[in-house]
Design a protein. Structure first.
Length: 159
C-alpha cells in the first residue's frame, strides 16, 4: 500500500485541516469492526438516526459522548467478581456482551438530539442545524429602465 505525504498541501492551505485529515485517513486500510451491528437511517430532511444492537447491555453499561465532530459510543459490561461466581455456568453463550467502542465522524452542523435504549437497540437521534448565514437566500433583481440607458449613450456620443 502506498502512503502519500500531504504535508506540502497543508503548508499552502488555511482552514482545511479537517479535509486534509480525511484525505490522509482514506488511504489507510483498516479492518472495520463488525460488533455491534448498526443502522444509519435518514428519518427526515435534516434528521438522522443511528440504531445499534446492544442486546445484554443496560443503560448504565453504555456511554454516548460527542467530542468535536465525533460521536463515540462505548459499551462495558459492569459486573463484580462475586456476581460471576453466583451465576450459573453457560451451556451455550450466543449473546455477546464483550466491551466495544464505535466512533462515527459527524459532518459539520450535526447535533446529537438524544439517545434511548429500547428493546435491546440503542437509538441516537441526530439533527442537522444549518446556520442562517449558510441557508440559500434569493437576491432581488433590479429592473433597469431603457430610457436611462439611452441617455447615457447620448451623453457619451456627444463628448
Amino acid at each position: 500500500m502506498r502512503s502519500y505525504d500531504l504535508s506540502p498541501l497543508l503548508r499552502a492551505t488555511v482552514g482545511f485541516d479537517r479535509l486534509m485529515n480525511v484525505l490522509d485517513t482514506v488511504g489507510r486500510v483498516e479492518e472495520a469492526p463488525s460488533y455491534p451491528p448498526y443502522n444509519i437511517e435518514k428519518t427526515g430532511d435534516n434528521a438522522y438516526r443511528i440504531s445499534m444492537a446492544v442486546a445484554g447491555f443496560a443503560e448504565e453499561d453504555l456511554s454516548v459522548v460527542v467530542r468535536e465532530n465525533q460521536l463515540l459510543i462505548e459499551g462495558r459490561k459492569a459486573g463484580s467478581e462475586g456476581e460471576e461466581e453466583a451465576r450459573p455456568a453457560f451451556l451455550h453463550r450466543g449473546i455477546a456482551t464483550r466491551a466495544f467502542q464505535r466512533t462515527f465522524q459527524l459532518a459539520d452542523h450535526i447535533k446529537v438530539q438524544g439517545a434511548k435504549l429500547e428493546n435491546g437497540l440503542l437509538h441516537v437521534e441526530l439533527y442537522r442545524e444549518i446556520p442562517e448565514a449558510m441557508k440559500p437566500r434569493s437576491v432581488e433583481i433590479e429592473r433597469v429602465e431603457r430610457s436611462q440607458t439611452k441617455a447615457i449613450e447620448n451623453q457619451a456620443a456627444a463628448a
